[in-house]
Design a protein around this ligand. Structure first.
Ligand SMILES: [Zn+2]
Length: 328
């Protein structure tokens, strides 16, 4: 082969490559990394709205027989019923939240417990805080649990001797019974009736646990040390809970998909296990008022039945109460 022909060929190859590279550079358009039209199933799930937004939108319970579904901090409530806002010995607070719903066993428990607690403590009645949303599920703010209609917060502040207005029920602050250092109860706000209040709750057979601030548990240990404290094992220390108790009911028999919490350890809980709540590192932890948040959970984090429940029609009984005047 002719040598000059080889040189010319090589030259042409270089020129063509250079031109090609240049034109490629000019027309190169980077492919979008997050093309919304080409989302994978995984990405779709990642971008789905938080379940708390979907559940808090539902103003009425689902149709279907009452059932607690899932676990206290990851589940939902079928066929929820509403606790009346005002009863002879109770008033529901923070009505704007629409969280006075629960499994019928929770509502029946409160209707029975309210007069019992009033009689035992000498109070006019009890103030009831959050229960669950109409269909349960994660809440946009305030709690980790309260999702399956079996949790309720009850205030330490006794019910006043009159019906509170809607505005008062929004604005009144509960009375904090824990001292500023978090290590003791506050002598100015704590009273012996508070012990009776907690004991009355813990003694009810359907109650699984009563959560209180560790300083309150410590005080109970002090005053109950000489008594039969079999009810004390149900009273467990937890973050916050300084102006209310949190009562949790056992899974009802009608709810096969309700996951029971491991049983409380035996004994009165007045042992070394209580000490770690008073270490500096624990006292410094600022957990939100009610002990955490479930706002970030997605539908995929809940039992599949909760997705169906979210899309189910409203319970006809509850819809009837919505005709004409709104419930509140
Ligand atoms: Zn609570």
């Amino acid at each position: 082969m002719n040598r000059s022909l080889t040189v010319v060929t090589a030259f042409l190859v270089v020129v063509i490559y250079a031109a090609a590279a240049k034109s490629t550079a000019l027309v190169h358009v980077p492919l979008p990394r997050n093309n919304p039209l080409k989302q994978t199933e995984h990405e779709k799930k990642q971008n789905s709205p938080p379940a708390s937004a979907l559940f808090s939108e539902k103003k009425l319970p689902s149709a279907g027989r009452p059932m607690a579904i899932g676990y206290y901090p990851s589940g939902c409530l079928q066929g929820g019923v509403e606790l009346p806002m005002t009863g002879p010995t109770w008033q529901v607070m923070r009505l704007s939240r629409n969280r006075n719903w629960g499994h019928p066993e929770l509502v029946q428990f409160l209707e029975r417990f309210a007069p019992l607690a009033a009689k035992a403590t000498g109070w006019k009645g009890i103030l009831i805080g959050d229960m669950a949303q109409p269909r349960g599920g994660p809440l946009p703010f305030g709690h980790k649990s309260h999702q399956i209609g079996l949790d309720v917060d009850i205030w330490f502040m006794p019910m006043p001797d009159r019906v509170l207005s809607k505005a008062e029920r929004e604005d009144i602050l509960g009375s904090n019974v824990v001292a500023a250092d978090g290590k003791h109860v506050n002598d100015k706000t704590w009273s012996p009736a508070d012990v009776t209040f907690i004991r009355t709750a813990a003694e009810q057979p359907e109650v699984e646990r009563v959560l209180v601030n560790a300083a309150i548990k410590k005080e109970l240990c002090r005053v109950e040390s000489k008594n039969d404290g079999s009810w004390m094992s149900k009273v467990r220390p937890w973050y916050g809970h300084d102006d209310h108790i949190h009562v949790r009911l056992k899974c009802p028999v009608d709810s096969p998909n309700c996951r029971a919490q491991p049983p409380v350890p035996g004994g009165d809980g007045c042992d070394k296990s209580l000490d770690h709540w008073f270490t500096d590192s624990i006292l410094r932890i600022k957990i939100p008022e009610f002990g955490g948040s479930s706002a970030g959970l997605k539908l995929k984090d809940l039992p599949p039945a909760c997705t169906a429940l979210l899309n189910a029609p409203a319970s006809p009984a509850s819809a009837a109460t919505e005709e004409g005047e709104p419930r509140r």
